[in-house]
Design a protein around this ligand. Structure first.
Ligand code: NDP
Length: 489
């Protein structure tokens, strides 16, 4: 639907539906006199305007979204009993919200930042949210570090600007970030459009089948449009002349019927492999090399319908990694475990306790049957039905079957570091990424990093940061050090 199709019939009214006589002149006491408090159309209009904003997301504030269809192309029932993944050819309605991470709601699209890739599947067993990014890894591996990390990306409390000192201080002192930082400052750090980038579930998740067998999985969404990126110079220019470039590109592509699509793949690890795999398979700073667990193609995601109201459907859309369906569940990934709490908490604060029941958020292929009631903006959807369980009035009952399978645990409680696996370290995969780049890509990566590191003012911070890249790859470190020194000379 295009915007021209939205035509409203009848006169302008107040919020209560009464006709408005004059929307140009306030009611005054005499010609040129003061405005009267009885002009409720005026007062209501001003009061509503003051309340048009809700708290913006602390991260992923700037977003664009579209509805689409996920089609299963391969039988995966040997690995999961999820109903929407049960039959080849089955289609499931989806909503995908793209975002940048650090910028505010009004910031430019064409910036160097990871992109959120938050996907809601409206399945017949409830909504399944896969809240991913356009990168397969992340800067940190434990959610307890997330607020500190984001504070370094956002504006400094004293200067009011993002500070290179803060960014590189944190990254240098958090060597597990080396892999993601290498990825971010490479060509893929600024996608040309939202259509020309991959999406990744990033975390490891559990799939379980009818027999109760457990598999660990990672999701990949490979763009069918091909990967296209912007150089730093192109992005800087575009951010100035067209801050909404990515949002507009997505909407216009869908309006002209040029529906973007992604081929969906999963890497699948039998549960028994996890303990002895060469990397900790639940470490969000690491990928599973394709040679170890080859991606299996399972479906196609197509975006084919624009939202009709950005605020209602994009700003008020909520996603939570805790929204699982039968056959899919969490892994012990410590970042994921933190996100299972943080997303729902953010939405309850930002949109309210009834956010799940807004049209974009509520299940489309089934209905929510809870005994939760009331709260701000409750719509009375339960009418007079009983609000407790168990009850003798035919109310909904528990199934007795968990969505996911239990996993064994051992040891003692404590603030443990993740278990170490043979090849766990913070640098090996960053080095692998560097070594797969072409010479041109390496040169741009080094220049992008050096331009930013050269802005650091505090002694020791730049050196520590460069040293992390040296530990990933000697050539990487040497060239970066030279580039930083040349810029500072
Ligand atoms: P793999 O064969 O497992 O992975 C190679 C993958 O690297 C490609 O499939 C592609 O991912 C990705 N890639 C290619 N060029 C770039 C680039 N310029 N920037 C970012 N990613 C790129 O080899 P390795 O196990 O040796 O992995 C090497 C590195 O590849 C990893 O350390 C990781 O940084 C990166 N990578 C790995 C992925 C994985 O799941 N194993 C996924 C994405 C990146 P894609 O096919 O998704 O486009």
């Amino acid at each position: 639907m295009t915007q021209e199709a939205h035509v409203t019939q009848g006169p302008l009214t107040t919020e209560a539906g009464a006709p408005v006589a004059d929307n140009q002149n306030s009611e005054t006491a005499g010609i040129g006199g003061p405005v009267l408090v009885q002009d409720q159309a005026l007062l209501e209009k001003l009061a509503h305007f003051n309340r048009e904003r809700i708290p913006e997301r602390v991260v992923h504030a700037r977003g664009a979204g579209a509805y689409g269809t996920f089609t299963l192309t391969r039988d995966v029932s040997q690995w999961t009993r999820a109903a929407f993944l049960s039959e080849v050819g089955k289609e499931t309605e989806t909503f995908l919200r793209f975002s940048t991470v650090a910028g505010n709601l009004g910031s430019a699209d064409a910036v160097r930042d990871p992109r959120g890739f938050a996907l809601k599947f409206y399945t017949e067993e409830g909504n399944y949210d896969l809240v991913g990014n356009n990168t397969p890894v992340f800067f940190i591996k434990d959610a307890i570090k997330f607020p500190d990390f984001i504070h370094t990306q956002k504006r400094d409390p004293y200067t009011g600007s993002q500070e290179a000192d803060n960014v590189w201080d944190f990254w240098g002192l958090s060597p597990e970030s080396t892999h993601q930082v290498t990825w971010l400052f490479g060509d893929r750090g600024i996608p040309a459009t939202l259509r020309h980038m991959n999406g990744y579930g990033s975390h490891t998740y559990q799939w379980n089948n009818e027999a109760g067998e457990v598999f660990w999985v990672k999701y990949h969404f490979k763009t069918d449009q091909g990967i296209k990126n912007l150089t730093t110079e192109e992005a800087n220019r575009l951010s100035g002349v067209d801050p909404d470039s990515h949002q507009r590109d997505l909407r216009e592509a869908i309006e002209r019927g040029d529906f973007p699509s992604w081929t969906v793949q999963v890497q699948i690890m039998p549960a028994a492999d996890a303990a002895t795999y060469r990397f900790n398979p639940f470490d969000l700073t690491k990928v599973w090399p394709h040679g170890d667990y080859p991606p299996v193609e399972i479906g196609k995601l197509e975006l084919n319908r624009n939202p009709e109201n950005i605020f209602a459907e994009v700003e008020q859309s909520i996603f939570s990694p805790a929204h699982f369906v039968p056959g899919i569940g969490p892994s012990p990934d410590k970042m994921l475990q933190g996100r299972l709490f943080a997303y729902g908490d953010a939405h309850r604060y930002r949109v309210g306790i009834n956010a799940d029941h807004l049209p974009v958020n509520r299940p489309h292929a089934t209905e929510a049957r809870t005994n939760s009631r009331d709260g701000y903006l409750y719509d009375g959807r339960h009418a007079g039905s009983k609000n407790y369980e168990p009850n003798s009035f035919g109310g909904p009952a528990q199934t007795g079957r968990p969505l996911w399978q239990p996993v064994p645990v051992d040891g003692t409680t404590g603030n443990h570091e993740a278990p170490s696996h043979a090849e766990d370290d913070d640098f090996v995969q960053a080095g692998n990424l560097y070594r797969l780049l072409s010479e041109d890509e390496k040169a741009r990566l080094i220049d992008n990093l050096a331009q930013f590191i050269a802005k650091v003012s505090r002694d020791g911070i730049a050196e520590r940061a460069v040293n992390n890249f040296r530990r990933a790859d000697g050539d990487f470190g040497e060239r970066l050090e030279d580039a930083v020194q040349a810029l500072r000379a």
